[in-house]
Design a protein around this ligand. Structure first.
Ligand SMILES: [Zn+2]
Length: 302
């Protein structure tokens, strides 16, 4: 009997990843499907993922212990409502209630980056204070302190992408100028290096190797911005570990080495920064992990 299996789901702009975890927190089944946009589409997608996991595990769709969902946008955990998740076509959706009504399961919601932080700490077996830096289309962070997520008073903890660092710089969709997100994110890469197309992270390193100066400049800005984020996270929270995650982590070792190099360079002229041992705190999320889905499964009780 596997009635204790918990489902975790990461509903993203293009795809939805879902896992089933056993009591020990081990992934026993996983699936991935395209996200259907809009209120009904998102509920349908989540239900389809539950059915797929039920088929894989032999558990009846109503037999799972819980469903945790990590989703972009502003999440009200108490109400189970997600708002302003525009990349999945949702303005305001009582997702927990609607999915629970369809499936009979207990459903909880969390911000996707907070879920990823919980999942990263679990999968990478990190203890103490963990800061998770999401370098994706956008830029934000999530925090876990001794296994417990730090969401803040209004769920805004970690929205560092909208720290305006240079008012002379590019406008940000949030209404400010020169936000960190306009410098260090997938959308920033697209702006700085339009030749890279819709998924510049996939072709950035080969373009640099081929001598593309604009690709190099975009990459340098990304690395410098990400290093600033690490400094910000360390100075604000003093975490034991800063995990680099999000889509751009697929740049792999060159990205992490670049960030560490930037941090070491800054520390070379600052005894204060040297003491902080910044670069030693930086780790990268393993490429094949479904951190947000795993974290969402665990988040319900945290
Ligand atoms: Zn902004």
């Amino acid at each position: 009997m596997s009635a204790a299996l918990r489902i975790g789901m990461d509903i993203g702009g293009s795809k939805t990843a879902a896992v089933a975890l056993d009591d020990a927190g081990t992934v026993v089944a996983a699936t991935e499907l395209g996200t259907v946009r809009g209120d009904d589409g998102v509920v349908d997608t989540a239900e389809s993922a539950i059915v797929a996991l039920a088929t894989q595990t032999g558990v009846a769709p109503s037999g799972f212990a819980s469903v945790g969902i990590g989703i972009p946008g502003q999440v009200d955990r108490g109400l189970g409502v997600v708002r302003n998740a525009y990349n999945i076509g949702v303005a305001r959706l009582p997702l927990a209630q609607r999915l629970s009504a369809r499936t009979g399961l207990a459903v909880s919601l969390d911000n996707d980056v907070t879920a990823a932080a919980i999942g990263a700490a679990h999968l990478m077996r990190l203890s103490g204070t963990v800061a998770y830096l999401n370098l994706g289309t956008g830029l934000s962070a999530g925090f876990v302190v001794d296994g417990v997520p730090l969401r803040g008073a209004h769920g805004v903890a970690g929205e560092i992408g909208h720290l305006a660092v240079d008012p002379r710089e590019r406008p940000c969709p949030c209404g400010q100028r020169g936000c960190l997100e306009t410098v260090a994110s997938g959308s920033a890469l697209r702006t700085y290096w339009p030749a890279g197309g819709d998924h510049p992270g996939r072709v950035l390193l080969s373009a640099i190797a081929a001598g593309d100066a604009e690709a190099r400049a975009a990459y340098d800005a990304l690395v410098a911005g990400a290093a600033s984020c690490v400094r910000l996270l360390v100075l604000a929270l003093d975490p034991h570990t800063v995990v680099i995650g999000g889509g751009l982590r697929l740049l792999g070792a060159p990205l992490v080495d670049g960030i560490r190099g930037e941090l070491d360079l800054a520390a070379a002229t600052s005894p204060f920064l040297t003491e902080l041992e910044l670069s030693a705190r930086v780790q990268v999320l393993p490429a094949d992990s479904s951190a947000a889905a795993v974290g969402a499964a665990l988040a319900g009780n945290l």
